[in-house]
Design a protein around this ligand. Structure first.
Ligand SMILES: Nc1ncnc2c1ncn2[C@@H]1O[C@H](COP(=O)(O)OP(=O)(O)O)[C@@H](O)[C@H]1O
Ligand SMILES: [Mg+2]
Length: 145
């Protein structure tokens, strides 16, 4: 989205290094649903004008190793605010429910300027494992149970 960090260079580098790359595709704007699909073949514009692969080869969420998530704001505890529709929270709801399940690794990517004072997460908000900005890498521990 326009106000979020551009993931294009990261995708290009990952593919150059031979990584299998999957990208999100919104399947229901109404119900806030999305899934990951392999980045192969031509792209087309999907919901909210976001590019998505036309091939539609589904990559199961739990088969992903690491997910880089753009965001609107973050705090130093690993809480994240998105565009306000909860797509990532819904897709990774198992991470909030099952504390031992560590895949995929959730890495926020943002500018330092998007750091905000402590957020008050809701029960459905999924925390980040790490966050990368232009100046630093933050790692967040497990939430106390
Ligand atoms: N796992 C979930 N199950 C059901 N509703 C959810 C879930 N995650 C988020 N939502 C709903 O999606 C909406 C947007 O979530 P919110 O956390 O505010 O957005 P964002 O994370 O994009 O900033 C909220 O109304 C929230 O209740
Ligand atoms: Mg949220």
């Amino acid at each position: 989205m326009p106000d979020e960090l551009d993931t294009g260079p990261l995708l290009a580098l990952a593919r150059k290094r031979g990584c299998l790359v999957a990208v999100p595709r919104i399947t229901s704007t109404r119900h806030g649903r999305m899934r990951f699909e392999d980045l192969v073949g031509p792209l087309r514009r999907g919901a909210f004008g976001i590019s998505e692969p036309a091939a539609g080869i589904v990559r199961p969420t739990r088969a992903l190793d690491v997910v880089f998530m753009p965001l609107v704001g973050f705090d130093r505890q690993g809480n994240r605010i998105g565009m306000g529709r909860g797509f990532y929270d819904r897709l990774f709801a198992h991470r909030a429910r099952m504390r031992q399940w560590r895949r995929p690794l959730l890495v926020g990517i943002a500018y330092d300027e998007q750091c905000v004072p402590a957020l008050q997460p809701a029960a459905h908000d999924v925390r980040l494992d790490a966050l990368v900005t232009q100046s630093s890498v933050l790692r967040f521990g497990r939430r106390p149970t």
